[in-house]
Design a binder for this molecule. Structure first.
Ligand code: NAP
Length: 499
């Protein structure tokens, strides 16, 4: 007998845990959560680099139904997020559903049995009525394809595989990359290394981070009067909605917000860096919002240190003891840190091979056609499948907005299936096409198409040149649609198993 469950969820990060909590609320208790890592928490388990913290205020970057009154700071450090994930797993009794070290290789819809067959490396395959992939957006590290990188004789560390045992004290270090991760990491590395060279290909907009410890008295207030923390969440979410959603996704209507944020970043840079040449190198030439905005009070200032060098010449090759730039200069190093981010569009969408009805291969279909998923969760020809990390599912506000709107979608979908006495769903091609058309049209208002993003090299853009990751609607709209999408957008039927 094969192992069988009502539902298999791939991924034990916040997305997978949210899906599991919703399924349990809906009465499904036979759930298996498969996780390739050795513990839960997703990003917050994997990433441990120095300086790791949230850059969305913690009152917003958490489940609204599970507020944590005890965040130590406005922007909690990474380790606190991992503890929060552990707490949620315990409180909602999720651990018993989880299997770690389970690398899912693929899943195939079995039309005869009306179930998913999930292949796990080195194990018997598992069958499930429902398949939910919560594999995250930033899960597949990008290793730069630079000549000679394999010949480097020192230590190479990607930020997703931080080596706690490697002491940077007194080391000659290079960091490649200046994205959101590097912005957090570089000031920390600079404090330890004897010498740090940062290789920047594309500069990034950085805003001041209004961060502060949350005093005990406020934590106690949040604990005793949860409404006070809800108010704090609304305020923080409102500010983020303006900066991360309106300024970026409704750029044509709110250009002033994007321009204002860029002006603030420029003023901040002027205040921190006196050298005009250095400022020029650190100033992006694309619009604010083309790349994910970052927040730091120490990033710009770090480049004014005598032992920190900003290198903007392109990297020609890496040798055993250093990096050679296109102009022939060589910097000798002993540690190479790759803050080179993630590969989303080649290997992450989808993160596993998914084969639906009539042998449709999800990854191939997305690449041959366009990346698309109805309401960011469902795809025609893929019955009983919810793809929780896909195009147009990512809310600009916070990953938790994404997760909770998807939970609301699940509630409506599975609730209706139960009312109709059915157990197999599939989104219609018409509903999916209409959703894609609507998102495509709305994206016209975004900074991605309305602004100047040509030089940003943003991972928001895919191989088709489409910025098909963020849902180009307000957070209010996202939730409204999750709770009110037309039920006829899905076909629903009863399988033989349901009788
Ligand atoms: P990223 O934004 O993709 O940045 C990668 C950096 O590496 C870029 O500067 C890129 O340059 C550079 N790079 C990549 N390959 C290179 C090559 N071959 N040669 C030279 N440079 C190369 O990745 P990330 O910084 O890890 O951030 C990814 C996302 O993680 C963020 O946008 C954010 O959503 C999330 N994040 C969140 C937090 C948080 O606190 N919540 C913290 C960190 C990260 P180009 O720009 O020129 O390609």
């Amino acid at each position: 007998m094969r192992e069988h469950h009502d539902a298999v969820i791939v991924g034990a990060g916040f997305g997978g845990m949210g899906a599991a909590i919703e399924l349990k609320r809906l009465g499904f208790n036979d759930i298996r959560i498969l996780e390739r890592e050795d513990d839960l928490g997703g990003t917050w388990h994997v990433n441990r680099y120095p300086g790791l913290a949230v850059d969305i205020a913690s009152v917003t970057y958490s489940y609204s139904f599970e507020p944590n009154p005890y965040w130590s700071r406005l922007f909690a450090p990474g380790a606190e997020l991992k503890r929060y994930a552990d707490h949620v797993a315990d409180k909602y009794d999720l651990r018993r559903h989880m299997r770690f070290g389970a690398v899912v290789e693929g899943a195939r819809w079995d039309e005869a049995e009306q179930c998913w067959v999930v292949s796990v490396a080195g194990q018997e395959s598992i069958t499930a009525r429902y398949l939910l992939t919560a594999t995250g957006f930033l899960s597949q590290p990008r290793m730069p394809d630079i000549e000679g990188i394999d010949t480097f004789a020192g230590t190479v560390i990607h930020t997703t595989a931080w080596d706690d045992t490697h002491d940077l004290t007194g080391a000659r270090v290079a960091v490649i990359g200046t994205g959101a991760t590097a912005v957090q990491l570089i000031p920390e590395v600079a404090c330890k290394a004897a010498d740090l060279t940062v290789y920047q290909r594309t500069p990034i907009w950085v805003l001041p981070k209004v961060d502060t410890p949350i005093p005990g008295v406020v934590q106690r207030l949040f604990a005793r009067l949860p409404a006070s923390q809800r108010v704090a969440r609304w305020v923080s979410s409102g500010i983020l909605e303006a900066v991360m959603v309106s300024a970026v996704l409704h750029y044509r209507q709110t250009k002033v917000l994007s321009k204002g944020a860029a002006a603030l970043s420029r003023a901040f840079l002027r205040a921190q860096v006196g050298d005009a040449g250095l400022r020029r190198k650190l100033t992006p030439d694309y619009d604010f919002g083309c790349k994910r905005p970052t927040f730091s009070n120490s990033y710009y200032r770090t480049f004014t240190r005598d032992d920190v060098h900003l290198e903007t010449a392109s990297i020609e090759r890496i040798e055993a003891d250093g990096i050679v730039t296109a102009d022939g200069r060589k910097t000798t190093i002993d540690t190479l840190i790759l803050a080179t981010g993630f590969n989303l569009w080649d290997v992450n969408f989808p993160a596993i091979e998914v084969i639906g009805r009539e042998e449709r291969n999800l990854g191939k279909w997305w690449r041959d056609n366009r990346f698309q998923a109805y309401e960011g969760v469902a795809v025609p020809y893929f019955p009983n499948f919810l793809t929780l990390a896909s195009s147009y599912s990512y809310s600009g506000l916070s990953y938790f907005t994404t997760i909770e709107s998807q939970m609301a979608h699940m509630q409506r979908l599975f609730g209706e299936m139960r009312r109709r006495g059915t157990d197999v769903f599939e989104v219609t091609e018409g509903a999916n096409a209409a959703f894609l058309d609507r998102m495509t049209a709305k994206l016209d208002d975004s900074v991605f198409y309305g602004g100047s993003c040509q030089s940003a090299r943003s991972y928001y853009f895919n191989q088709h040149g489409e910025a098909a990751i963020l849902r180009p609607t307000s957070t209010v709209n996202t939730f409204r649609e999750a709770r009110s999408f037309p039920l006829d957008d899905y076909t629903m039927r009863a399988s033989a198993a349901l009788g």
